[in-house]
Design a protein around this ligand. Sequence first.
Ligand SMILES: *Cc1c(COP(=O)(O)O)cnc(C)c1O
Length: 362
Amino acid sequence: MSRMAVARIDLQALRGNLARIRELAPEIRVMAVVKADGYGHGLERVARALAAADAFGVAAIADGLRLRAAGHRNRIVVLSGPDNPADLSEMHRLGLDAVIHHPQQLAWLQEDRGTPQLRVWLKIDTGMHRLGFLPEQAQSAYRQLQAMSSVHPEIVVCTHFAAADEFHNPLTPQQIDTFMQVAGMRSVEQSLANSAAFLGWPAACKGWLRIGGLLYGLSVVAGHTGSEYGFHPAMRLHTRLIAVNRIHKGERIGYAATWVCPEDMPVGVAAIGYGDGYPRAAPSGTPVRVAGVEVPLIGRVSMDLITLDLRTTPDARVGDEVLLWGPELPVERIAEQAGSIAYELTCGITRRVLVVEADVTG
Ligand SMILES: *Cc1c(COP(=O)(O)O)cnc(C)c1O
């Protein structure tokens, strides 16, 4: 048995989460964002479960290629567009939509004679200052794109929020205002909202939603889990106990001997570590479930192993299931302990973890 750590992906949860978005926003098209290997859940697997989405969003052309190879005919949007002229031919060939956010990309497009026409999303920087044309450049960029024979005439105008997850932050309404001044008058297709904006900013929910986190049942608002909004976690990361040892009072556990046993006590060892993507930053006290009972992690997370305080589960045995995160133990709780976010943890599962699928309703 070479691999003990298993990530089980619940396809029904993925489908149910998309259905919930449809139910809450029946008129609005949904781009399922599947970048970073479907937030660590597996690109092809996630796309199969979410094939009913109106489009897929990816960060890299290579992901678009994988989705086409898997047979998907949906629109596929490359969220940062072409990185060089050769990318443009690849995007024509694969029928990938391009987000155009920079004058350099316009220059490549001017020289582009590819067919069929490229579908373009024009990205406006309304305040995040990462990617996009400034509002004062937007008109001109839009007109240039419209005049290009290699570009499809229906251009989607889009923007991205910096702080949509803070429901009282005035930055988001400012970004919405700025966007509407640029794109609001025109009868163009629009796309503003990510998962957090979908939950908190109804004014941003028009045209196309671009939803990642919620589809995986992840928290998109600090301090809240995905379940609190009716979305179901799709990943369940588990392993097994490979040792239960009695350690004496005063002895120290693990690397750097950071944790001292306050009494004679059982210490469990589970087969998972940062080599599997369990965060090394998770401190003593981080919750872990052993045979259904929550116990604290103790000592340092090592590459292959973690150590657990089993005083509240004296019956725990070698071979018992150890749950790191999943529906019964929100990944948000682990992320908070580790000073991270749920997205980073699910994205961070390594190749050593065996990924399996569960499909309850079949
Ligand atoms: C990743 C991404 C999204 C999805 O964000 P979530 O918070 O996961 O919903 C939407 N739009 C852009 C441009 C992105 O890069």
